[in-house]
Design a protein around this ligand. Structure first.
Ligand code: LMR
Length: 361
């Protein structure tokens, strides 16, 4: 253990080494005390992040952009946060408001800036665009938001011809396809938050119904971040147990239709109640940034362009589980799924491809 902490003085240890040390400690001690050990890893993450330099540019100072900047700041995940908005006063006020919150602990600069800040950004997070109103689908926003991000992407390219961009603007699959086309970047470098939020909602509601810890529910929602998304029920696990086995063992069949309705309507329900969703997506983005910045090679369902190996699905910009690290999307994973789930995924891909075609993406 002594060895693990020596890096704090020397400040010469790499992030990965420090977390490896913590992980070793965890493995040696844990089984008994996993929670304390996890919190040790988190603390090591926080300290290491405060020594590394990672600049994030958030484009768009609306609810989502601000919540993302605030969440990254509060989690000490990055060392410099710049907010860009076409309404300069809005970006300045957002940055100032978040910066004041840093007055209670370690200072991470949160500032407003212009597109020149993209020059040395490690990651650019695109949130600009209009939001849907009650009664609209995400796809209804496609034309307007593709126009908005076209101008923004051209501005980014003036200063950074090789950007890494995480798209959050809806409809996220279509907007990711647009940013990919306009920047002409490698397909691994432009990715969207996709169904990571649907997946979080899925795990949340399943764990809530079964009265289990959310981290013990695993499973993905893939496809469009929208009405045609596909929960992969056949691969849901509770702890190490397949969901179907768990249902049998505890005689607790769960109502899958009810859960599907819940996650499909979750965004619209929140919008109907308070006008926008932003905390869930902010934490989802924070998890993506954590995997990217720390080169963690975590697996998450993100929107990205599928390669030729996906046959009929190739060319669609849509969510599939993928490995995310410092270079962006490292590989896409084909999850095992039932015939019915595959058919639903075919439908989701067709919806996205049709819209890509209509918009020339
Ligand atoms: C969400 O799912 O919360 C976002 O995509 C916002 C929306 O329009 O639902």
């Amino acid at each position: 253990m002594k060895h693990c902490w020596s890096w704090i003085d020397k400040r010469s240890f790499s992030f990965n080494h420090a977390t490896d040390c913590a992980a070793n400690f965890v493995n040696n001690k844990t089984q008994k005390n996993r929670k304390n050990a996890d919190s040790l890893i988190n603390r090591v993450n926080l300290i290491m992040n405060s020594f590394s330099t990672n600049k994030i540019v958030v484009i768009g100072a609306g609810n989502v952009g601000q919540a993302i900047a605030y969440t990254l700041m509060i989690r000490h995940q990055v060392s410099d946060i710049v907010i860009i908005d076409r309404q300069i006063e809005r970006s300045k006020s957002s940055a100032k408001d978040i910066a004041h919150a840093t007055g209670f602990f370690t200072q991470i600069p949160v500032r407003a800036g212009g597109y020149d800040e993209c020059r040395d950004a490690d990651l650019i997070i695109m949130t600009a665009g209009i939001n849907r109103k009650p009664g609209q689908s995400r796809l209804d926003l496609a034309r307007t938001n593709v126009d908005i991000v076209t101008g923004i992407s051209e501005n980014i390219m003036k200063y950074n011809p090789d950007p890494l961009i995480l798209v959050v603007t809806n409809p996220v699959d279509i907007v990711t396809a647009a940013v990919l086309k306009i920047t002409g970047a490698d397909k691994n470098k432009i990715f969207g938050s996709g169904t990571i939020l649907d997946t979080a909602r899925f795990r949340f509601i399943v764990s809530d119904i079964l009265k289990l810890g959310v981290t013990d529910v695993s499973g993905f929602v893939i496809g469009e971040h929208g009405d045609s998304h596909v929960p992969i029920w056949s691969n849901v696990h509770i702890g190490d147990l397949a969901l179907s086995e768990y249902e049998k063992q505890f005689a607790t069949p769960i109502d899958k239709n009810q859960i599907e309705e819940y996650i499909k309507k979750a965004g619209a329900d929140i919008i109907a109640g308070k006008g926008a969703t932003f905390y869930g997506i902010a934490m989802a983005v924070a998890r993506i940034v954590e995997n990217f910045i720390n080169d963690k090679h975590g697996i998450m369902p993100l929107s990205h362009k599928l390669g030729e190996e996906f046959g009929d699905w190739a060319g669609a910009v849509i969510s599939m589980p993928c490995v995310i690290g410092r270079s962006g999307i490292e590989k896409t994973i084909m999850p095992s799924m039932s015939d019915e789930e595959r058919k639903k995924m075919d439908r989701s891909v067709n919806i996205i491809k049709k819209m890509q075609k209509e918009l020339g993406l």
